[in-house]
Ligand binder design. Structure first.
Ligand code: NAD
Length: 264
């Protein structure tokens, strides 16, 4: 299937590892020119090198940026404008926030979660929406979590702030739909990445079970009987970025092997 996005320009946030990196690789394969950001320049350089290995014609720029820092975001936006010139596809993604029960979450943790997961999305959208509206084409996707539908124990900041960002993006999707700009969220269930491994270690410890016992019990709650791969997630993201997905907007798509329990 031709996704029709060859030659488009994409800014991919949180692109050095896991889900973000897999999306970058998938879009490079579609002939999209990439600008990657994450916190560490060295890891970004290795990521760009790995993508070029699989996709030698890929054009890739990158810059270190802590997405929760206003100053870093301003530098990022300026470099993207200088080097890419324009952005057609925006992929919002970053690291997971601190884990804690709601009653134990400190004010500074709510604040840093909001800066990282919400303000980064709003700020970067503001920077590139004007161009998308002028060109009457754009794709915005945001990696969220199943936690927006079913609160996950001890992930209070994720549960709350990702719900807020989903509501903000749903509102935005109404406003920009007449400009041929789609805005969608993709909610991972359990995708095998470093973040998931960290969470599994914390949960195994808390359960008092062995790693094998806990993992067996955990995947038994997923109808597919296993975790997903970053590549399976990235394939859905690439479709939503494509011209083929022009009538999908304001939606949250779960990539979760059937884990979500609600019907809708
Ligand atoms: P990951 O930790 O493997 O990768 C996160 C990426 O974001 C990395 O490139 C990291 O360098 C970058 N990053 C982290 N903090 C940043 C910051 N402040 N500024 C810029 N870049 C930053 O995570 P992942 O598993 O690929 O997940 C991606 C997102 O999806 C996370 O927010 C995670 O919480 C969420 N999520 C993942 C799963 C899953 O199953 N993996 C499930 C639900 C939600």
């Amino acid at each position: 299937m031709d996704f029709g996005i060859k030659g488009k320009h994409a800014l991919i946030c949180g692109a050095s590892k896991g889900i973000g990196r897999a999306i970058a690789k998938e879009l490079a394969g579609e002939g999209v020119k990439l600008f990657l950001c994450a916190r560490t320049e060295q890891v970004l350089s290795e990521t760009a090198e790995a993508i070029r290995k699989d996709c030698p014609s890929a054009e890739i720029f990158y810059q270190a940026c802590d997405l929760s820092s206003l100053e870093d975001r301003q530098k990022l936006i300026s470099s993207v404008n200088d080097q890419l010139g324009s952005v057609d596809i925006l992929v919002h993604n970053t690291g997971g926030p601190k884990t804690s029960r709601a009653e134990d979450t400190k004010l500074e943790d709510w604040d840093s979660g909001f800066k990282q997961l919400f303000l980064s999305v709003a700020d970067i959208n503001n920077a590139f929406l004007c161009q998308m509206k002028e060109r009457k084409w754009g794709r915005i996707i945001c990696v969220t979590s199943l936690s927006i539908m079913e609160p996950i124990a001890s992930l209070s900041v994720s549960n709350a702030v990702r719900s807020a960002v989903t509501a903000m993006l749903k509102t935005l999707s109404d406003e920009v739909a007449p400009f041929n700009i789609t805005v969608n969220c993709i909610a991972p269930g359990s995708i095998e990445t470093d973040r998931m491994q960290d969470l599994m270690e914390q949960r195994t410890k808390a359960s008092g079970q062995s790693k094998e016992e806990y993992q067996k019990q955990y995947v038994s709650a997923i109808p597919a009987g296993r975790m997903g791969t970053p590549e399976e997630f990235a394939a859905v993201a690439a479709f939503l970025c494509s011209t083929r997905a022009s009538y999908v907007t304001g939606s949250t798509i779960c990539v979760d092997g059937g884990k979500r329990r609600s019907t809708y």
